[in-house]
Design a protein around this ligand. Sequence first.
Ligand SMILES: [Zn+2]
Length: 150
Amino acid sequence: MKPIFFHFLIILFSLSTCFGQNTEVNYFKKLNSKEKNVIVNKGTEYPFTGEYNKHFELGSYHCKACDSPLYRSNSKFESNCGWPSFDDEIKDAVTRHSDNKLGYNRIEICCSKCGGHLGHVFKGEKLTPKNVRHCVNSISLVFKPLVPNK
Ligand SMILES: [Zn+2]
């Protein structure tokens, strides 16, 4: 019995260190199944249904999983595509990956801090002077209003 018990302790110990080091697991653990479907499994919410599609207030949009600030409200614009659209990100907040899931190349965007899926970025649509559209799932974001200084 003794060696088995010892073995059990080792497994418990390695599990705890594993979770301690892998912060991504911790960031995603608190998400509900709808949020996980987009943020972890790289799904897409239905167009025109997201909380921030028609949301235009002063503030910043943060990662739902790790709270990292991703976009400022002054980069948000109405694209009528059905998802929140931004023409710029907060510096280094967003990482780009090549995505060929649909049979053609798209650029996937993820939170640089936790790797959570945000959406895709498109260029050359001439919608804003910056000519870039970050097409982001509302469910990947949390809006924080700008509190004016007193
Ligand atoms: Zn994140």
